[in-house]
Design a protein around this ligand. Structure first.
Ligand code: CU
Length: 146
């Protein structure tokens, strides 16, 4: 063991030093990515989909986001407060159109990369669906009273 030279120690020490520096950086990056997935906590005006949607249709500011992805709503069961805003964001390549029972909301056709915002009214439980894909895309929005 006494024959281990300073040079050999250096060969071992350098990779350990590299790992010690890179590991915290990797943890910080991973943490930031997880925070970015929490759409309900997104700051106002930030895009939900990086580079998503054509120019001129940024993801709108809203209190809650419902993503339309793979012909489904995510989430499909949600609770919101009266007068809060819910953005239906189309992340599919196909068009969707959202209607909410017991309200006059009809999003009209929402093309790929576009969104429609509803301001919650009518406290109570409302079914909602995509009128283009009613069998695959339906859910419940509960609006809590003031
Ligand atoms: Cu649809």
């Amino acid at each position: 063991m006494a024959n281990i030279s300073r040079r050999q120690i250096g060969v071992i020490a350098i990779p350990i030093a590299v790992i010690a520096v890179l590991l915290p950086v990797a943890i910080v990056i991973a943490t930031q990515n997880n925070e970015g997935r929490n759409e309900s906590a997104k700051p106002v005006g930030s895009p939900l989909v990086p580079g998503g949607g054509p120019a001129g249709s940024p993801t709108p500011a809203a209190n809650t986001y419902v993503r339309m992805q793979n012909i489904s709503f995510i989430p499909d069961n949600l609770i919101v407060t009266d007068k809060s805003t819910i953005a239906f964001v189309n992340e599919d390549v196909t068009t969707h159109q959202v209607v909410i029972d017991g309200t006059d909301f009809d999003s009209g056709r929402i093309g790929a990369g576009n969104s429609s915002v509803w301001t919650a009214t009518s406290p109570g439980e409302h079914s909602f669906r995509c009128v283009i894909h009613p069998n695959q895309m339906h859910g419940t929005i509960t609006v809590q009273g003031p």
